[in-house]
Every structure is written in C-alpha cells, then in structure tokens.
Design a protein around this ligand. Structure first.
Ligand code: XUL
Ligand code: CO
Length: 438
C-alpha cells in the first residue's frame, strides 16, 4: 500500500525530557493509569473533515494544504483519504475516527448515486480499518445550497424529506462501520431573523426528525448514543442548540432524553460565553455527558477557530469532569481541530495531533492528581457541610418548610457569622502546585 507520510515513523512516547518534536512527551498509549491504558482513558479520534479534507481555505484565500492526496478524480481522492487517514492513525496510535457522510464520499448529481458512493467507500473502509473504530458518524446537512434555510428546520417540507433521507443513509453507514455514536450538529438549524421564522414549528420539526432518526436507527440495530452538539451561533445568527442547558430543555420537552447525550465542543462553549468546564459540568450534573470535540478558540477572536488544544488548564478541568462523570462510555475525545493555514505541511498534521494528545494526556494525569490530592475536593465538601446536619439536613430531606425556617431565622438573629471565605486564590495556587510538580 502507498505510504503517504514517508520519513515519519510511528510516533513513540519518549517522556517529558525528549526534545524530539515527533515524539510524545506525555501520552504513552499503553501506560496503565486509573486502572486502564491511557488510550482507553482518552479515546482519541481523528476528524475526517479537518484532517483529511480541510485544506486551509478561508474567506480571504484558497487552500494552502494539499488534501488531494495525489489524486484528481473525486472517488480516487476519497479512497486515498481512507488510506492516508489509517496511516496517520497507525502512526499516532489513534484508535477512533469521526466523519460526516460528505467527508468520506463526495456528493453526486442525485441522492441515489451519492448513496452508491457512500456504499463504495464504506466497503473500502471496512476492508481496511483493522482494529480501528468509528467513534461517531454524522450527516452534513448544512453545506449544500438546499440547506440554506436549514434542514430539519427548513420552511420547505421537501428539504425536510431530503434531510431525512440523507440522515437515514448516514445512520446506515455508521451502523455498518460499527459506530457507537451518531451526532446532530445543526449547522443551519437556527435563524437569521424572527421576521421570517416560525420558531415553534421549526423546533417541533427538528424534534420530529430526531425521533424518526432514533426509531429508524434502533430498528436496524444501532445500540449506541445519539448526541446533540451545542453551538450558539455560526453559521446562523442564532442556533437553536445554543448550549448544553438549552439542549437539555429541548430534550426534556420532546421526550428525547433516553436516547440522547451531549457532544461538547470547547470552542462552542466559549462562543456561548461559557468555559469548556462549565458545559461539561452542566452535562455531568444532568447525566447527559457523552462525548467531546476537543479544540480551542482564541480569546481575542469571536468565532470558531477550531485550533488544536494546547491550553493545559482547560485540559485539566475537562478531564476532571470526564473522570468525575465515570469516564467515557460510548463517547471519546475527537479532535475537531485544524492546523493553522500557515501550518501547511504533512508533518504539521503530526505536530498538531502530538500537541493535542500530549495536552490531554497531561491533563488527564493532572486531573487525577487533583482528585487524589483531595485539597480542593475537601474544601468544596467542607464549604457545603452546613447541609450535612441540623437545619441544612432538614432542608435537604424536605423536612423544613417556610414556617420552620422562619422560626429558625428569627431565633438565630443574623447569620453572617456562618460564612467562611471562598478562598479562590488559594485553590488556584493548589492547581498550579499540582500541575507544576508533575
Ligand atoms: C462545527 C462542528 C462540526 C460538528 C460535526 O462547528 O463542530 O464539525 O462537530 O458536524
Ligand atoms: Co464539532
């Protein structure tokens, strides 16, 4: 088989003192941590769209990165992407991948032919994937002009029908490749102006589409999780799946909670003016944590820059939430991230993944130390300990009511002396102490 990355050997773990750029400093896939090999703790995934297809095109210029893989015919390119992707995964010890239907096979002149192309490519993937696994599949229902007003939320019933047919095929491809997840990211499921929008019908229809997707997927044996990936804006001014809390309301309203979890993307969290950890905490606290699209934005830019994640603090707090949620089940950590336009060489692909994977490996270990160290967790439980006994325990158990609480407050007088310091700076220093003593 053709080798696409000649001169790049399998990336080895060399430890933190290594100066070799093409080596892991922190990610040792087979190291047992917290009872499991790191590759299973982290479940890294390659994103087909950015890594195999994204060529650095932006609104000011054409691509800078060769993503044709030496081919010109679109189906030959699609096959070459499979070979090149699997070579990258082998060389980086990445076990999972994620794709949109249109990333793996280019759209043809009609849906029938497009679906045949998906069959051809998924046959080829299945033959060649060996022990690699599909983390999740999805349908790109946002790029084609037919989706200019949305897919499931389009004002056109024809477009709704077309989207349903497209999603049906994407689910079939996911099931065929053994995927344990199916993602809905509503690229254009939102609005530009309420002047032309029936918001209620649009959201009711989106729920109808999701219900049909679940019913169909279960009927063909899909046992995995569905995910909604929240994002507040871009491309639409207002996306319906704004953030995790909004999506929770939607899932509850339409009775979809049994089948859906949340796929949380770091840069989407920051676009919603939340931290990455906030979104993960909301998901964890509500039992809907599912999967992660790992990347980072730039604090100075207000859009989705999808940078490879290198911010160690974000990775620590992300992994803290993942560990507290019990680790990944069907989900994993997909690098929904792309090389900067100026990082245009094939070697940069490896530099990017090594940077991201090392960041999360270090993040995982630091999060575990933070938990084992106990200073922060003990502080938090101490801070709320007034609910463990006395009046606090009565509030929690439901024994207290307004009448008994008023009696308590009247007897007590002021309660200011029950407060203790929040000690934020001390806790931040503890995080630094743990991080920099590793
Ligand atoms: C877009 C985005 C998507 C989804 C899958 O911002 O994150 O790539 O992850 O459709
Ligand atoms: Co994403």
């Amino acid at each position: 088989m053709k080798e696409y990355f000649k001169g790049i050997e399998k990336i080895r773990y060399e430890g933190k003192d290594s100066k070799n750029a093409l080596a892991f400093k922190y990610y040792n896939p087979d190291e047992i941590v917290n009872g499991k090999p790191m590759r299973e703790n982290l479940k890294f995934a390659l994103s087909w769209w950015h890594t195999m297809g994204g060529d650095g095109t932006d609104m000011f210029g054409v691509g800078t990165q060769d993503k044709k893989w030496g081919e010109t015919d679109p189906m030959a390119v699609a096959k070459a992407k499979v070979d090149a992707a699997f070579e990258i995964m082998d060389k980086l010890s990445i076990d999972y991948f994620c794709f949109h239907d249109r990333d793996i096979a280019p759209e043809a002149d009609n849906l029938g032919l497009t679906n045949e192309r998906i069959d051809t490519i998924t046959d080829y993937m299945k033959e060649n994937m060996g022990s690699k696994k599909l983390l999740w599949g999805t349908a790109n229902c946002f790029a084609n002009p037919r989706y200019m007003h949305g897919a499931g939320t389009s004002p056109s019933a024809d477009v709704f029908a077309f989207a349903a047919a497209q999603i049906k095929k994407a689910i079939e491809a996911t099931v065929k490749l053994g995927g344990n997840g199916y993602v809905f990211w509503g690229g254009r499921e939102g609005y530009e102006t309420l002047l032309n929008t029936d918001m209620k019908l649009e959201q009711d229809n989106m729920a109808r589409l999701m219900r049909m997707a679940v019913d169909y997927a279960r009927s063909i044996g899909f046992k995995g999780d569905f995910y909604i990936e929240p994002k507040p804006k871009e491309p639409t001014k207002h996306q319906y799946d704004f953030d995790t809390a909004t999506v929770l309301g939607f899932l509850r309203k339409y009775d979809l909670l049994k089948d859906f979890r949340i796929n949380i993307e770091a840069n989407h969290a920051t676009l919603a003016q939340h931290t990455f950890q906030h979104e993960l905490r909301v998901a964890r606290d509500n039992g809907v944590f599912g999967s992660i699209d790992a990347n980072q934005g730039d604090p100075l830019l207000g859009w989705d820059t999808d940078q490879f994640p290198t911010n160690i603090y974000d990775a620590v707090f992300c992994m803290y939430e993942v560990i507290k949620a019990g680790g990944f089940t069907n989900g994993g950590l997909n690098f929904d991230a792309k090389a900067r336009r100026g990082s245009f060489t094939h070697e940069d692909i490896f530099n990017c993944y090594i940077a991201g994977m090392d960041t999360f490996a270090l993040g995982y270990k630091a999060a575990l130390r933070l938990i084992e160290d106990g200073r922060i967790e003990n502080f938090v439980s101490q801070r709320y300990s007034s609910f463990d006994s006395g009046i606090g325990a009565d509030i929690i158990s439901g024994k207290a009511d307004f009448i008994s609480l008023e009696k308590y407050a009247l007897e007590k007088g002021d309660v200011l002396d029950s407060l203790t310091s929040g000690e934020q700076e001390k806790l931040e220093a503890i995080v630094n102490n743990i991080l920099f003593s590793m």
